[in-house]
Design a protein around this ligand. Structure first.
Ligand SMILES: [Zn+2]
Ligand SMILES: [Zn+2]
Length: 109
């Protein structure tokens, strides 16, 4: 499980949908009281689940995907680790040709 936390517009379909599915998995794990210690080392941040889900769903509906799975986020249960969206974006673009082919949108002021 991994939250990339990069601008959803810069993610290819596979990574956008993938992170969305993983958010639901993560929320499920937390709900069941599963330990996610290993993922807290810079991979996920439980405190951001609800807001990140919102962002991804917005981009998904913009791209025409329907979404019928409200997320049940238990809120922040464990201390969050620091995730670097900049580093993650660089990694995505290095790993995934589809992500790399998306031109960065103009920076919003
Ligand atoms: Zn969802
Ligand atoms: Zn990708």
């Amino acid at each position: 499980m991994r939250m990339w936390l990069v601008d959803p517009r810069l993610m290819c379909r596979r990574h956008l949908l993938g992170e969305h599915v993983e958010l639901h998995m993560l929320a499920g794990c937390l709900r069941r009281g599963k330990r996610i210690g290993g993922y807290l080392k810079g991979l996920v941040d439980p405190a951001l689940i609800a807001c990140r889900h919102e962002q991804l769903v917005r981009e998904m509906s913009f791209r025409g995907f329907s979404h019928r799975s409200p997320i049940d986020s238990p809120g922040c249960l464990e201390p969050a680790a620091s995730i670097s969206p900049e580093r993650n974006l660089a990694e995505l673009r290095r790993r995934c040709p589809a992500c790399a082919s998306i031109a960065a949108p103009p920076v919003e002021s």
